[in-house]
Design a protein around this ligand. Structure first.
Ligand SMILES: Cc1cc2nc3c(=O)[nH]c(=O)nc-3n(C[C@H](O)[C@H](O)[C@H](O)COP(=O)(O)O)c2cc1C
Length: 213
């Protein structure tokens, strides 16, 4: 197995469970590639990045913000994170149908601004940023949230049956994204061990969203 022996830390923040589900899917798929993944909810006292070959961090977006525990983790460990290959994925409703909307859609611009602001404020330099479509879980929402998402669904052409939840995550695209993530982590580690110094060149930072939206 090409990635055998790689040890990754996978850390995530989730409110209604969709990012949690994506993170667990990534872990179980990782095993097929020989990657060893230690998975942590950011709320459960996650370990420092040191000692891992790479770190994948995921956060859902709620009220135009990332999960507070994820933000706190990145702020605490930003120096370490910038010496180890790291990847960021976001989970949101803004990423639903993003690929079809093209590179200049207002949703993509909104996601880019949100991520860029976070990365600038924290100083974190992940190798890759991916936007993954999440779920609209009507059955978990208050009537106000339900009404808000029903209206959004009306204008966006999403499912409007509020008696059930609607998942928009493209699992094949998630698998394609993580394979690229592993490859980038592996390549970067090879570069680090040959160069002995590590700095992420700014031109290597990518806003991909190529795989899942
Ligand atoms: C109260 C609430 C606020 C949300 N705010 C945003 C938002 O600002 N931008 C966005 O793209 N999606 C937003 N979403 C959609 C979530 O990102 C989406 O449902 C995602 O799947 C949630 O993942 P989680 O279950 O891991 O928290 C919001 C959802 C809820 C319920």
């Amino acid at each position: 197995m090409y990635f055998a022996g790689m040890k990754l830390l996978l850390l995530y923040g989730s409110t209604d469970g969709q990012t949690d589900k994506i993170a667990r899917h990534i872990k179980s798929e990782a095993e097929k590639s020989g990657v060893e993944v230690s998975i942590y909810n950011a709320a459960d006292n996650p370990p420092a990045p040191k000692g891992f070959d790479g770190v994948i961090i995921g956060s859902s977006i709620r009220d135009r913000a990332f999960q507070a525990r994820v933000v706190a983790y990145v702020r605490t460990y930003v120096s370490e994170l910038n010496t180890i290959p790291s990847i960021f994925f976001t989970v949101s409703s803004a990423a639903i149908g993003l690929r079809e909307q093209g590179p200049k859609s207002w949703r993509r611009k909104g996601l880019t601004v949100l991520v860029d602001t976070f990365l600038k404020e924290s100083g974190w330099k992940p190798l890759l940023v991916e936007h993954i479509a999440g779920a609209i879980k009507f059955t978990k929402y208050s009537w106000q949230t339900k009404a808000g998402f029903w209206l959004m669904a009306l204008f966006s052409g999403w499912d409007r049956d509020t008696s059930i939840d609607h998942e928009y995550t493209d699992w094949e695209a998630v698998d394609a994204f993580v394979k690229v993530a592993y490859q980038q982590i592996k390549t970067r580690n090879e570069q680090i061990s040959s160069a002995r110094t590590f700095r992420v060149p700014s031109d290597l930072r990518m806003h991909s969203c190529y795989f899942s939206c």
